[in-house]
Write a protein that binds this ligand. Sequence first.
Ligand code: SF4
Length: 261
Amino acid sequence: MVAEKQSKFKWGMAVDIDACNGCQACVIACQSENNIPINTEDNFKDARGIEWIRVERYWEGEFPNVKAKFIPILCMHCDNAPCEPVCPVYASYHTVEGLNVQIYNRCVGTRYCANGCPYLVRFFNYWEPEWPESFQNHLNPDVTVRSRGIMEKCSMCIQRIRRGTRNAKRDKREVVDGDILPACVQACPTDALVFGNQKDPESRINKMKNDKRAYTLLDHLKTNNNVWYLAKVDPDIEAHHGDKHHGDKHDGEGSHKEDSH
Ligand code: SF4
């Protein structure tokens, strides 16, 4: 914690659920950037798929008045991370910049960390990773390929963070907001994902985490997440609240509109 106070950076992410349309661009960008093997249908059926970020989909209502809602889930980079103290070889640790990272060549594959993580965002390599031959030359040289028996997870694209801070140092300037974009943030077409330095008072992440829509997942567990979510603005719920304010005579107006078609 002392070292964290001394660092100029404390990284974090905000996810605007209202802007997410579930396109999965973040998932593909993450797979590609971080040398994650291609998941097959069988991998998912066997609960062996590896996705450092996944988009969960929820359905609300009854057909035909059904709404799809999406929420991207990634490592929350908890300040109070349950995955860290359970690791017998200190492979899961906290950086001075507030990230929870995994030291691959220290990991002995106990999987205690995955059992400890309440967000199900740690993945074990049950097999050696494989890619089709045509993909072999597309692997990212900045990211270690994880072998069988190793636990892996989102690193907030630490290779990009390192490159961004190095470039700023080389140019003799400070890192400015937006300099560093993890692959998922860069790929998001609706700007639903925002990454930045929480110690920069002017950063977008700071404004978003203080938004009245902001919340963190499983808050009651007190894991002190560094990923914030901005709640969906549901016009039907807003309308419903408005109706309550304006008395019973308007009740149900919003929900009947679609029935009349
Ligand atoms: Fe660890 Fe899970 Fe928290 Fe990430 S979300 S820091 S893997 S406990």
